[in-house]
Design a protein around this ligand. Structure first.
Ligand code: CP
Length: 327
């Protein structure tokens, strides 16, 4: 396998190898050497059919810190608005010399199609597809959890997340972040609990390797090591179905990380959010800005993790996957 399409494709060894490489990348960034020559002469294309701040910019920063050239493509303002297809867009960009394509798309499965259709013959990285997967988000979340909670004496390399309790809260129905984190965190040994209103739990979630609960206070009473708040994705809720539960005020009261819930967490527990946040809805400003919040650090860690992914895919570092192929 030479693409990164799903967190479910990573076995423990492949995931730990990526996290270890990310730690090495982070170490280079904290010294004077800000730019590594590793990918000089390679071109990374950011192909974004959906809006993004963190993912797009951090892939760009990651590629540039490895000395790759970067082409940023946004569907808005492109020939996609004239009806150009994903296939024709991707082939146009490959003709311009792309060595790797990072793709975000509102359609679940679009990166998989791009990787396996034969339209292009370069590695594809999924930067978020519909409600399906966001594997680099899961990797940066795992990296952040490992840095804070799996380290003894400051050394976390080679470690997994065995035994850690992670509670993922909110709009699981629309969340590719939740799906990716359930896959990756459980592969790394964490115990994941999903907490959501019944209307925001997807059909089939009972088969996932995670406990499902409906009461956030009960989940917090279980002393989690990390609480990951999910964005309520109002843009994906149609008026016909999946409507908002039951009002923003009621959602915050029952599922928001309020100051009182923050105070009820164990002292060592961290507060996470993939961003962008709806402050006052799924998370209070008090929780988002508290010393135990890792939200800004997650963004910084995203650059190191994406450097590691580009390095493994383009510079040929070995990392085996569940299929036994090299990443
Ligand atoms: N977490 C995340 O994917 O953020 P962006 O939508 O800003 O990329």
């Amino acid at each position: 396998m030479r693409h990164l399409l799903s967190a479910a494709d990573l076995d423990r060894d492949a995931a730990v190898a990526l996290l270890d490489t990310a730690a090495e990348m982070a170490a280079t960034q904290s010294r004077e050497i800000r730019k590594l020559p590793t990918l000089r002469g390679r071109t990374v294309v950011n192909l974004f059919f959906e809006d993004s701040t963190r993912t797009r910019i951090s892939f760009e920063a990651a590629a540039k810190r490895l000395s790759a050239d970067v082409i940023n493509f946004a569907a808005k303002g492109s020939s996609v608005s004239k009806g150009e297809s994903l296939k024709d867009t991707a082939q146009t960009l490959q003709a311009m010399g792309a060595d790797l394509v990072v793709v975000r798309h509102s359609a679940s499965g679009a990166p998989h199609r791009l990787a396996h259709s034969g339209w292009i013959d370069v590695p594809v990285v999924n930067a978020g597809d519909g409600t399906h997967q966001h594997p680099t988000q899961a990797l940066l979340d795992a990296y952040t959890i490992r840095r804070h909670l799996a380290a003894e004496g400051g050394e976390s390399r080679g470690r997994d997340l065995r035994g850690l309790k992670v509670v993922v809260v909110g709009d699981v129905l629309h969340s590719r972040v939740a799906r990716s984190n359930v896959d990756l965190l459980t592969t790394l040994g964490a115990r994941v609990t999903l907490v959501a209103p019944p209307t925001l739990v997807p059909v089939g979630a009972e088969t996932w390797p995670a406990e499902i609960r409906y009461d956030l206070d009960d989940a917090i009473a279980g002393a989690p090591d990390a609480v990951m708040m999910l964005r309520v994705q109002r843009e994906r809720m149609s008026s016909a179905g999946g409507g908002f539960f039951p009002s923003p005020q009621e959602y915050h009261r029952r599922y928001g990380l309020t100051g009182a819930r923050l105070a009820a967490l164990p002292d060592h527990a961290i507060v996470m959010h993939p961003g962008p946040m709806n402050r006052g809805l799924e998370i209070s400003a008090e929780a988002a800005d508290s010393p135990r919040s890792t939200i800004v650090e997650q963004v910084a860690n995203g650059v190191s993790v994406r450097m590691a992914v580009l390095y493994h895919l383009l510079a040929g570092a070995p990392a085996t996957t569940t299929t036994g192929a090299s990443l």
